[in-house]
Structures are given as C-alpha cells and as structure tokens.
Ligand binder design. Structure first.
Ligand SMILES: Cc1ncc(COP(=O)(O)O)c(C=O)c1O
Length: 485
C-alpha cells in the first residue's frame, strides 16, 4: 500500500471512527453534565479581538491523523469557549436546550449525508420529512392528505419561502419568468415587532424593505386591528397590492402573540394571504394548557414553525407549512429539469426540492421524528409548559419588586424588564441596562439579552431551559443587584 492509499484508508477507518466516537460521546456527556450541574460558568467570556489572534495559524498542509489531539483540542479549548446552552443560567436567546437524543440523530444525518434534493438521494430522509410535516399539520388542525410543506434550515428561510409563495399568489402573472417589475407595488403588512427576516425577505424578493408596512402594537405587544385595516385601506387607495399580512406567534422581542383569529377573519373577508410566523410560539399547539392562545392559527395560509426553538431540537430545523397543499409549490415555480426527470407526477411529488430553496439539504426530520416517537406530544408539551410557567413565575417576582420594572406579563416565555437604579432616568437608565447586561455576561454568571423598544432599553430573558429553577431566577435578581453597584 502506498502512502496515499494508507492516508485514504486512515481517513475512512471504521475502527478509528468507532473508538473516537465512543470517546467523543463520553466527552460530550461530561460536558452536558457539567452544564446541567452548574460546575462551570454559563460562558467563559473571551474578548473576541484577543481571541481572534489565537486563530491565525497557517492552513495545515500535512496530515497528522492525530484523533486524540483533536479530542484534546475539543476538551481543552473549543468546548470551554462555548456558551453553556444547557446551563440553568442560560437565559439569553430563543435557542433550544437540545434533547440529547436529537443530537445523536444529527450525527446519523451527518455521516449518512442524504442530499435529499430528489427522492432517490434520500428515500428514508424524504419519508421522515413527509411524516413530520403531516404530524405538525395535524397539530395545527389541518387534515390534508397531501404533504403541504417542507423543512428548511431555519425560520428566516422558512419566512422567505412562505412570502415567495404569497407573492406569487397575489399576482396573476408568472413572477419567476417575468420578474416583479410589471406588477403594481406589492406590500406586506407586518407587526412593528416582526423578525427582521420578514423585511429581509422583502429585500431579497426585490420589493425593497419599504414594502413592509409596519403595524403598531398595543400595550401587550399585539398588532392593532385598526392599524391593519387603515394600512390596508391606504394600500387600496394607492393602487398597491397587499400580498400578505404577516402575524407573529410569537414575536421576537416580547414573545407576544398577535390576535390570530381576528387577523385571520379580516384576511378571509378581504381575500388576503394570512402568514403566521410561528417560529417561536407554534409549539404552544402541543400544550393543552397553552394552545388556546393560538386560536385562529389554522386560518393561516402559511405558517413557519422552528424545531430548534420550543421543540428542543439542535439547530437547524424549521417547517414552512401551507393550509392548501398546492400552495406549497408556489414559492419556487421553476423548471429544474436536470433534477426532475420524467413526467410521472406521482414520483415527482416526492422530490422535496420543488418546494425548497435548498438543493442539497440535511436530513433534518430524523431528530424531530425521533423526539415525537420517544416522548410524544405529551413529553414535548411538558417542555413548553415548563418554559411558559417559569416565565410567568419570573414576571411575578419582578412585579413585586420596587427596584424593577416589568414590561408586560409574558404570553409565552420571554420576559423583558428594567432595573430601576436610584436616580437614573432616560438615556442614563438605558445605558445602565446595557452596562448591567455586559457585566453579567462577561462575568460568566448569566447569559441574557437586551432589546430596545420605543426608545427604552430592556433586559430580555428567554426561559427555554427546563432546568432553570426558581432559585436560579432569584440568583439572577441578586446578581443584578450586585452588578449594579
Ligand atoms: C419570530 C421569529 N421568526 C423568525 C426567526 C428566524 O429564525 P431562524 O433563526 O431559525 O432563522 C426568529 C429567530 O429568532 C424569530 O424569533
């Protein structure tokens, strides 16, 4: 065997994969334990500018085959530089504390690398995806026999996909072929609190981000029906086409859920496309206790639902679903004949790339399928209930404290608040929140975010982690007190 053959064999050595894999799982199990048991800070803050200097090594030219060295690097350097996502003090973003079994499924997806563009490049992956799409649709209350959506890499892409379909639906001509230039101006009515991916989608679609008309919200962060109606009226007067009304369930800054029933009825009455960005909160559908908050969601024409948020999946896995299965083909009404050979409709409907921006895409459904199979709706609902319950508990605490201001009672699991430092107001008070956050994060004690709403800066916590207990929330209030001096 020559050197090259030896090298190739080493790269794909089954025994090395097996033994390194065992060690890797041991290493990750230890890491999971240390985070859950709070044996390390939630974040070992490293200044990025200084950190960057450590990552300037020249591109390696020679093979080392040093798998133990790789594990050492992971153990000593890379894992300690991670945000401790399973740490009970991780209260930052809407990112799932992933179910360990779902992480194992991602390993399967990585090694087997099913490209999925067409059925034959991922037969099992395709079937898993179809199954998961049907399950999610059933949870919404849609009993379609046809598969009516697709999994995407993230909610931003799912929003784009839904809005592309809405755009095509709103116009008589073939936009793929003729472009948008021949159309009357297209508009999207969206909450002032919509995720930036909605206006980014407008930019990508060539409509310009000004095409998104921002709808004001009430004191609970929900879109005002009166503003939707007046914006719609103005569009009609200006000869503009409202291609979609985009509601949130729930919105990113405050976790508020728009009045879905009222918006759905308005859209039905005026024949407008009703899009629901449920990236964050659609998972409330699982919960007997909380699904009532989503009343009206089944009226949506399109719905986005992130698995890597409140379905506790590792990133990324999102779904974009359409009430009318045929609409799932509207987004990419494009001829890709090199992919779709033959004319047999029955075969071609199994090729997911008709509905997806991605060509090659990861086998994302396996982890969701496994989680539903192992824990059922009941188990996943428990995670949602836990998160929403903790948020309410935290808000109740804040409400009774004179040194804190609570923005609103949480509707889901996002709590925004301010620390009222003695004598500070206006910009000084805003800067105080930002300083507090930086200090807490850099100390490694807690991870939380901040958000600016109507000129006020708020501290923002997302209660995702089922292992964050009341004691940890008390610890946070104590830490804020300490860091504010
Ligand atoms: C309401 C909402 N929509 C869309 C997104 C984008 O989702 P993703 O980060 O999965 O692309 C987010 C992300 O936080 C979100 O909160």
């Amino acid at each position: 065997m020559n050197d090259r053959e030896k090298l190739l064999n080493a790269m794909f050595d089954v025994q090395a994969f097996r033994s390194t894999g065992h060690e890797l799982i041991d290493l990750l199990a230890e890491e999971l334990h240390r985070n859950l048991a709070e044996q390390q800070p939630v974040l070992q803050w490293r200044n990025p500018a200084i950190e960057d200097r450590r990552w300037q090594n020249p591109l390696p030219q020679q093979s080392t085959l040093d798998l133990p060295g790789l594990l050492d690097r992971l153990r000593q350097d890379i894992l300690p530089g991670n945000l401790g996502i399973h740490h009970p003090h991780n209260l930052g973003h809407q990112v799932a504390t992933p179910l360990p079994v779902a992480a194992l499924c991602d390993l399967v997806a990585a090694l087997t690398n099913q490209a999925m563009a067409v059925y034959e490049t991922g037969p099992s992956a395709t079937m898993l995806e179809r199954q998961v799409i049907r399950w999610l649709s059933a949870l919404i209350g849609w009993q379609t026999r046809e598969v009516n959506g697709v999994l995407t890499s993230g909610g931003a892409q799912a929003n784009l996909t839904a809005l592309l379909a809405a755009r095509q639906h709103a116009t008589a001509s073939n936009i793929w072929k003729h472009g948008v230039s021949t159309q009357r101006p297209l508009r999207i009515l969206a909450s002032e609190y919509s995720h930036y991916s909605v206006s980014r989608a407008a930019g990508i679609m060539g409509l310009g981000t000004d095409a998104v008309i921002r709808i004001g919200t009430d004191e609970a962060g929900r879109m005002l029906m009166s503003e939707i109606a007046s914006a719609h009226q103005r569009c009609l007067e200006n000869q503009e086409i409202v291609m979609a009304v985009a509601a949130n369930a729930a919105c990113t800054p405050t976790g508020s859920i728009d009045p879905l029933q009222a918006i759905g009825e308005y859209c039905q009455a005026h024949q407008l496309w009703f899009h629901v960005d449920g990236a964050h909160g659609a998972s409330a559908l699982l919960s007997k206790q909380h699904r009532g908050m989503l009343q009206g969601i089944a009226m949506a024409d399109s719905l986005v639902w992130d698995g890597h948020k409140l379905l506790y999946m590792p990133a990324t896995v999102s779904a974009v679903l359409f009430r009318n299965a045929e609409h799932s083909y509207l987004a990419f009404a494009q001829d890709a004949s090199y992919l779709f050979q033959g004319n047999d409709h029955d075969i071609e409907t199994y090729n997911v790339s008709y509905r997806s921006l991605e060509c090659t895409k990861r086998m994302m459904a396996l982890k969701l399928w496994a989680a539903f199979s192992l824990y059922g709706v009941e188990g996943l609902a428990a995670l949602v209930d836990e998160a929403f319950g903790k948020a309410r508990l935290f808000a109740e605490k804040l409400r009774t404290r004179p040194d804190f201001e609570l923005l609103m009672m949480p509707q889901t699991n996002i709590v925004c608040f301010r620390h009222l430092a003695n004598g500070l107001s206006g910009d000084q008070l805003n800067r105080h929140q930002a300083r507090l956050r930086t200090s807490l994060v850099e100390s490694g004690e807690f991870h939380l975010t901040q958000v600016e709403l109507h000129g006020k800066c708020w501290l923002r916590t997302t209660l995702m982690n089922p292992f964050t207990q009341e004691q940890h929330l008390d610890n946070l209030l104590d830490a804020i007190d300490r860091h504010s001096h």
